[in-house]
Design a binder for this molecule. Structure first.
Ligand SMILES: CCCCCCCCCCCCC/C=C/[C@@H](O)[C@H](COP(=O)(O)O)NC(=O)CCCCCCCCCCCCCCC
Ligand SMILES: Nc1ncnc2c1ncn2[C@@H]1O[C@H](COP(=O)(O)OP(=O)(O)O)[C@@H](O)[C@H]1O
Ligand SMILES: [Ca+2]
Length: 506
């Protein structure tokens, strides 16, 4: 950490209170005061302000500046005044419940938490109850038992799968406590006000990356400490009036479902398993036939082809928040009966992706749908129809560069508020065909009659967990939960440049 000797270098440091992490009396035995006039001073006093320093690419780190003073009383007054200012930051958590998955990603969760995160929480006077999981669903089950009201937030250390577990625990607990039946796909779910913080230690970490702009444990810990809040849409997935799962990032059938299914057998490979299974799945080039029905999201202003992405303070998400508040005033918790039209598409698909957020991650910095919004009450439905391997590769490569991945004749994208899918196999067996799917027939697959469609079903990849049901019903719940994040900040480079300029000028 850098020490800024303010007076000696005739520099001041400008730090907004909201970005101060802690203020502490400086231990002069540890700090050297061998500079300038402080050296001559018999008994100097000092206090240190720890604050958020914004670096490039949305990275935050903890910096500090020490203020030296001749007068002990004056020094204490400063410490007192600054601590009082920090007390006014009411959104900051004081007590957190932490779940660590020791086996996520490269199996570094415990080390990451102990070495990088715990010291920051302790510096910020945050008390924690830490729980290291011993099996899958341990955290979820535990969340149904703990005295949740004791905590200002829940932190999960792991990947998207671990986040999903904690989210299921919290949302499930909330519905149970309010007597809401999760099996009813039309049930209006109760919002979850306890924020979740994600310390990335998984394989993809897409939820963290898409909501913070980087997968970095220190940056995420600092967003938790300053008490950031980012609402998040959550989609519920049902089959035949049975609740299956919630999803916030990717719900994918075909390509991403097959990758996940194959990669589960290769967990020992760590995050590399996705590249291995990705390559294998790419070569197998399976497509799947089925019927998709969806209700377009007419309430939101944006479109998936927008050039602008969702950023901190996004006006489109704010507008959805206002609509949600008005709707609540009008109907209470009751859902507005929605008779809006359903669109139906039948075809053969290499991938069917429903994404609630951009799904940006280190592998694909702009994600599967770069203009998707975190909290607008809609999801983007991406349909990749049967095409050649070469075309599919061209499509995949565009996830890694600046070119438009929707600008292909075999790719369609829609912004939706609900969605249903039934595989051809299931339709043929005449079980569980969605009535809507039966009634309307919109577009048909444009591919050639000679077909190499896989006769078996694919699996759904639901935030990194497999779902075996090939007939599902999905509904977006606007801003059902909140994260300790603020979305991706605009002009991040500019912000950090300005901050250091201020430091130099004053
Ligand atoms: C030619 C290179 C193409 C690269 C294409 C990269 C697209 C990446 C999009 C990633 C979207 C991720 C959505 C998030 C999913 C996660 O929720 C979920 C769970 O995460 P967790 O393990 O942390 O718990 N992760 C996943 O399902 C993993 C998705 C796998 C993405 C890797 C895809 C690699 C594809 C490689 C194709 C290679 C073709 C090469 C041909 C010569
Ligand atoms: N102690 C544990 N042992 C085995 N599995 C666990 C444990 N704790 C959590 N899990 C499960 O591991 C899965 C993957 O975890 P995650 O942290 O997302 O890692 P990754 O990103 O590598 O997939 C999650 O579905 C979670 O339920
Ligand atoms: Ca959304």
């Amino acid at each position: 950490m850098r020490r800024l000797d303010v007076t000696r270098e005739r520099k001041n440091c400008f730090v907004p209170t909201s970005e101060i992490i802690a203020v502490e009396e400086t231990d002069l035995n540890k700090k050297q005061h061998n500079s300038g006039k402080w050296q001559k001073m018999a008994k100097p006093h000092a206090f240190t302000v720890y604050y958020v320093k914004k670096a490039r690419n949305h990275r935050w780190w903890c910096s500090d500046v020490t203020f030296w003073c001749v007068d002990e009383q004056l020094c204490n007054q400063w410490i007192q005044a600054l601590k009082e200012l920090l007390e006014l930051q009411k959104a900051r958590p004081k007590q957190l419940l932490v779940y660590i998955n020791p086996y996520g990603g490269k199996r570094q969760g415990k080390r990451i938490y102990e070495q990088k995160v715990a010291p920051l929480f302790s510096l910020a006077s945050i008390s924690t109850d830490v729980f290291i999981t011993e099996r899958a669903n341990h955290a979820k089950d535990n969340l149904f038992e703990v005295n949740i009201n004791k905590y200002d937030g829940v932190v999960c250390v792991g990947g998207d799968g671990m986040f999903s577990e904690v989210m299921h625990g919290l949302i499930g607990r909330m519905q149970k406590d309010s007597g809401i039946d999760q099996n009813n796909p039309k049930a209006p779910l109760v919002q979850c006000n306890i924020r979740i913080g994600i310390i990335p230690a998984g394989s993809t970490d897409c939820i963290c990356y898409s909501t913070v702009g980087i997968s970095d444990p220190v940056t995420s810990a600092l967003h938790i400490i300053v008490g950031d809040s980012q609402p998040l849409d959550v989609s519920s997935v049902h089959h035949n009036n049975t609740f299956l799962k919630y999803t916030v990032s990717l719900l994918g059938y075909g390509f991403y479902g097959d990758i996940l299914k194959d990669s589960e057998k290769k967990r020992w490979m760590g995050p590399m398993r996705y590249d291995y299974s990705g390559f294998k799945t790419f070569l197998s080039h399976h497509c799947y036939e089925g019927t998709i029905s969806f209700q377009p999201a007419k309430h939101t202003l944006g479109s998936p082809r927008d050039k602008d992405s969702c950023r901190t303070g996004c006006h489109i998400c704010r507008q959805s928040e206002q609509q949600l508040a008005e709707q609540r005033k009008k109907c209470g918790l009751k859902h507005e009966e929605d008779e809006e039209e359903w669109k139906v598409i039948k075809g053969k698909f290499l991938a069917i992706n429903v994404v609630n957020m951009s799904c940006a991650c280190p592998r694909s910095p702009k994600g599967l749908s770069p203009a998707a919004h975190l909290a607008d009450g809609s999801a983007d439905l991406i349909l990749v129809r049967k095409c050649s391997r070469f075309d599919f590769l061209r499509y995949l490569v565009r996830h890694t560069n600046q070119d438009d991945q929707f600008d292909f004749s075999f790719v369609d994208v829609y912004r939706v508020k609900s969605f249903q899918f039934t595989s051809k196999l299931l339709e043929d067996n005449e079980s569980d065909v969605t009535d809507i799917g039966k009634k309307h027939f919109g577009q048909f697959c444009r591919d050639h009659p000679a077909c190499c469609c896989n006769i078996a079903n694919s699996t759904w990849n639901c935030d990194g967990e497999t779902l075996d049901s090939s007939a599902i019903e999905v509904r977006v719940h606007c801003q059902l939960m909140k994260l300790f994040a603020r979305g991706i900040e605009e002009n991040c480079k500019e912000a950090s440049r300005n901050q250091s300029r201020v430091e130099q000028l004053l």
